[in-house]
Design a protein around this ligand. Structure first.
Ligand SMILES: NC(=O)c1ccc[n+]([C@@H]2O[C@H](COP(=O)([O-])OP(=O)(O)OC[C@H]3O[C@@H](n4cnc5c(N)ncnc54)[C@H](OP(=O)(O)O)[C@@H]3O)[C@@H](O)[C@H]2O)c1
Length: 274
């Protein structure tokens, strides 16, 4: 992507900062990055930590940006979009990362049926360039804009284009929220190790390296996940007993329900903040 494009971000919170970090690490220059946050303190911190221009006035950042990423909470989307609507001129690409908020709602709140809107669902590993961002482009987005979004958001990790917008809720539940499930599982394994006599340091090292090694094997795809699992699970052995315990506790149903509930929450957010 041409370095001349200005990238604006509205909302300098968790995801806004994760994206900023990813962009800077991948060589996007600080003088093309502009962030708005309604807190003056946050703006000062962003300026100090990232060396980028920041302001409390959303419209001023929306004006400067060729590509504008809106990274506020779903409940703030309507008021933010209604206020910046006059800045969303032709050829400006607006990327929303809000969970649940549909492109129809965005078009309506901007009152701009021809605006170029992409919905994106990144995740926090973006901070270290190891995220995955799912993208859905509305029909008003040009091929060139899709390419720009792809190049920009590749700074955060992998990209997956989604053809049907309704799938964004499942994506949100699976990969947007996903890091939390993995962190939660690792927290639980560490706690279990400590309860059974390991030191915090040893339990943490064993858990994190086991997770890292397993993920690397899964990603290498030398075997499918079931085969990899079976290779650890000797008949009558320790792993078999552990897996039986997970099965008796309906582990897979629990995971299915987790994703279903998170996806349902994305739909509710859309309705609540309409
Ligand atoms: N966190 C994730 O892992 C993740 C993953 C994928 C997608 N998302 C989506 O990303 C969006 C942001 O999530 P987040 O976790 O980054 O939230 P967050 O940490 O609360 O960040 C939002 C930021 O926007 C600020 N803000 C609130 N109202 C504003 C306004 N009117 N104008 C300008 N700035 C305003 C907030 O300030 P205050 O804190 O003072 O309100 C905060 O600094 C959400 O829509 C979420 O669905 C998040």
């Amino acid at each position: 992507m041409s370095q001349k494009k200005n990238i604006g971000i509205i909302g300098g919170g968790n995801m806004g900062q994760a994206m900023l970090s990813g962009f800077l690490q991948q060589g996007i220059t600080a003088n093309t990055l502009f962030v708005a946050d309604h807190s003056a303190n946050t703006c000062t911190q962003l300026n100090r930590n990232f060396g980028i221009y920041s302001a409390t006035d959303n419209a001023s950042i929306a004006d400067k940006a060729d590509i504008l990423i809106v990274a506020v909470k779903p409940q703030q989307m309507r008021s933010v979009l209604e206020r910046i609507a006059p800045c969303i001129v032709e050829n400006k690409l607006l990327i929303s990362i809000a969970a649940g908020i549909t492109s129809m709602q965005i078009f309506t709140w901007l009152n701009k049926p021809n605006a170029s809107i992409i919905r994106a669902m990144p995740n926090t590993p973006a901070l270290i360039g190891e995220g995955i961002t799912a993208l859905y482009a509305t029909p008003t987005v040009s091929e060139a804009q899709q390419q720009e979004a792809q190049v920009l958001l590749s700074c955060l990790g992998k990209i997956l284009w989604i053809k049907k917008e309704e799938q964004m809720d499942t994506v949100t539940a699976l990969s947007g929220s996903g890091p939390a499930y993995f962190f939660y599982m690792m927290e639980g394994l560490i706690t279990a190790g400590i309860q059974l006599g390991l030191s915090q340091q040893d339990a943490t090292e064993l858990t994190l390296q086991t997770a890292l090694g397993s993920i690397k094997m899964a990603v290498a795809q030398t075997n499918d996940l079931k085969t990899l699992r079976e290779k650890v699970t000797s008949k009558g052995g320790t792993t078999e007993r552990g897996i039986q315990t997970l099965t008796q506790g309906n582990f897979l149903n629990l995971l299915e329900n987790t994703i279903a509930q998170a996806s349902q929450r994305a739909k509710e957010l859309s309705q609540e903040f309409n």
